[in-house]
Ligand binder design. Sequence first.
Ligand code: ATP
Ligand code: MG
Length: 224
Amino acid sequence: MDTIGNLPAGSSNVGVVLAASGISKTYKQGVWPFRRRNHVLEGAGLSLNRGEIVGLVGENGSGKSTLMQILVGALPADAGSVELHGSMGYCPQRPVVFERLTCDEHFELFGVAYGLTREERRAAQARLYDDLDFARYADERADRLSGGTLAKLNLALALLPDPMVLLLDEPYAGFDWDTYLRFWGMVGRRRESGQAVLVISHFIADEERFDRIIELREGRTAPK
Ligand SMILES: Nc1ncnc2c1ncn2[C@@H]1O[C@H](COP(=O)(O)OP(=O)(O)OP(=O)(O)O)[C@@H](O)[C@H]1O
Ligand SMILES: [Mg+2]
């Protein structure tokens, strides 16, 4: 598979921020003679343009998280290519946090990892606490957060460096109604500023919130 590369500047695809095609992935399980192959992706692909909110739907086990991990470079594909134009952030389906660190400490740690200055990090952190309404948990350890608040921290950490392309795997599964609306407010502001968001979910309730919806079925992607 091609390594994640940048689209050439001034290319005709100047509005494209992420383009993937021909993605295939087979998981091999067990040992011989009981080896089993699970062909999860068989030529899947998608593209994201600036200022676009795209949904990726598919039933449980259809390969959505597998595709997202390949798009972000966390999992190698067997075939296909991924091209990225600009910075990328992602929110995994299972939060990756350090259970003994507080929310504040996560922001500090991730701010350093993303190369933000202390001022940049503090400003983004304050905005994210406000946007997702969880400042009161700033000093709470991650292992003492409720599932919904943990999901807020997971999302906030992906948003901290303000990436051009944001991939979110089941972002609102644990959110209450107020947080769900706050989430869409944040996504709408990203669209207005020309950033792109891919929302991965096994169900999409509000189709009108998306510019396009792509369905993953039997290893392939198609417009819904
Ligand atoms: N690391 C792995 N090793 C082996 N098989 C895997 C692995 N990860 C996922 N699978 C299998 O690949 C298939 C697709 O899994 P995946 O998690 O990508 O689906 P999904 O569409 O994200 O599902 P969900 O809606 O439940 O989140 C499933 O059959 C799953 O069991
Ligand atoms: Mg999944």
